[in-house]
Design a protein around this ligand. Structure first.
Ligand SMILES: O=C(O)[C@H]1O[C@H](OP(=O)(O)OP(=O)(O)OC[C@H]2O[C@@H](n3ccc(=O)[nH]c3=O)[C@H](O)[C@@H]2O)[C@H](O)[C@@H](O)[C@H]1O
Length: 450
């Protein structure tokens, strides 16, 4: 029966069906719309990610770019304005050796602690030295500027640029026939990796690869000596540490990046015939040192009457280091440069087997941190306010101890400075540099007269 009445045909079923169909069509359409907008959103996101990827691959952030966006920023100067005839002349003159068969060395990290000492030593014996440094703000930039002034007085020119600047690196090799690279630019410090891990990747891995990429392509390829670290031994308990020991237990990101550097060196040696020598430095100290290192900031804090924190191991043992004096390390660096064989590649291709070496540069006589503090107290004439605490898990290792027989065999490396004599020289420099007027000054004057 037609509920609508009259003789009209019964359409209630058809219209219900139509309404239902149209409902289904609407649902389908809405679903389709939702699905396609989801797809559109995903495609846009993918495109944006791809764009970002290509942007950063083609324009890797330099340390300076990185700095301005990062909470723990490392400010450095830009190299975009470098160039011109006067600048090129400075580069050429600085890199030119002044003795027959002298080396022409690019020293990266030349305004750094080891870099400035090595640059001076090379220049003094008649080699050409061209410095490169980004003057980042990891520690007091004015100290780096003072080292730069010192080098300037000895006619060593420092190019202000980042090792990640591949164009600039290629330009330097174009201008000057650089025979060797002493690569010391790095993000140093074991504990700072907890605060700024990416700076280690940026300098010690990306920067190193950027340098090697340039070196493999230039003709002739330079010989490269570079700074690895005692920290690669990590939790190794076999003493003294030998280059034959396994180094697969890094305790810090710093150590891991230095270890990666050694593996990367192997690759570039294997593929491109680059001659590469890694030097594992053992806690290098001395005048013009690094303010982030314990002996340096202990000196400052002891003089200022501030507490110092001395670590002990979780077993309550004293922590010890094979502290190595800068002059000994400089001799090791020069010995490694002098015995480095030619790279064998040309036109970016390997033409034969090339030298690949790793050496410890240590002092072979570990000293506890407690004893280090004791020596500083004597030299400064001030009692330290010590707080002995268990070593936090911050990347530190309990002890280091170098076996240096390989370096002795191959280039006569023989450390001659004990911690007492080395710290005496450091304190004398420190009180002079900072103009410290205290018992420390009198103490160091007395020691200098002895
Ligand atoms: O050989 C290396 O390859 C490394 O050497 C250096 O690292 P380390 O040997 O750790 O030197 P450094 O920090 O001076 O601490 C010295 C001692 O003081 C202890 N230490 C430290 C800080 C503190 O507050 N208290 C303390 O007891 C601490 O436990 C340690 O026992 C370089 O910094 C590094 O860049 C890298 O080159």
């Amino acid at each position: 029966m037609n509920k609508m009445g009259g003789g009209a045909p019964d359409t209630s079923k058809t219209s219900k069906l139509e309404r239902y169909n149209s409902y289904l069509r609407r649902v389908k359409y809405t679903n389709l719309l939702a699905a396609s907008s989801k797809l559109l959103f995903r495609l846009t996101l993918l495109a944006a990610l791809l764009l970002l990827f290509f942007f950063f691959t083609l324009n890797p952030p330099t340390t300076s770019q990185y700095s301005s966006h990062h909470p723990h920023r490392l400010l450095s100067s830009s190299s975009s304005s470098l160039g011109g005839p006067a600048w090129e002349k400075q580069v050429r003159i600085s890199a030119a050796p002044r003795r027959p068969n002298g080396l022409s060395v690019l020293v990266t990290g030349a305004a750094g602690f080891v870099g400035s000492h090595c640059s001076l030593a090379l220049k003094k014996r008649g080699d050409g030295v061209l410095g490169l440094d980004n003057f980042n703000s990891y520690y007091d930039v004015s100290l780096k500027r003072s080292r730069q002034s010192l080098l300037n007085r000895h006619r060593v020119f420092i190019v202000e640029a980042d090792i990640n600047d591949a164009k600039l690196l290629a330009k330097l090799f174009d201008i000057a026939p650089l025979s060797h690279v002493l690569h010391l630019a790095a993000q140093a410090g074991v504990r700072y990796a907890l605060q700024n891990p990416l700076s280690y990747i940026q300098s010690n891995i990306a920067g190193f690869v950027s340098l090697l990429e340039t070196c493999k392509s230039v003709n002739p390829q330079p010989r490269i000596v570079w700074a690895s670290s005692s920290s690669v031994y990590g939790l190794n308990s076999k003493t003294p540490f030998s280059e034959h020991d396994t180094t697969d237990q890094p305790a810090s990101l710093y150590a891991a990046t230095k270890k990666s550097g050694e593996e990367i060196a192997h690759t570039y040696n294997h593929i491109y015939g680059l001659s590469l020598t890694a030097l594992r430095f053992f806690t290098v100290y001395g005048p013009w040192g690094r303010p982030d290192m314990a002996y340096y900031f202990f000196t400052k804090d002891i003089l200022n009457g501030k507490d110092i924190t001395v670590y002990k191991t979780s077993d309550g043992e004293e922590v010890a280091r094979d502290f190595t004096f800068i002059d000994d390390v400089v001799k090791g660096c020069l010995g490694a440069l002098d015995t480095a064989e030619k790279s064998t590649g040309s036109g970016g291709r390997k033409r034969g087997p090339a030298q690949l070496r790793v050496y410890n540069l240590g002092n072979t006589a570990p000293v506890t941190v407690g004893r280090l503090v004791g020596i500083l107290e004597e030299l400064l004439g001030v009692k330290a306010k010590k707080r002995v605490v268990k070593m936090p898990r911050n990347g530190d290792v309990p002890f280091t101890h170098a076996n240096v027989s390989l370096a002795y065999r191959d280039f006569g490396y023989k450390p001659t400075t004990d911690l007492g004599s080395g710290l005496k020289k450091f304190v004398k420099w420190y009180v002079g540099y900072y103009g410290v007027q205290s018992r420390a000054k009198r103490g160091s004057d007395q020691s200098a007269e002895e």
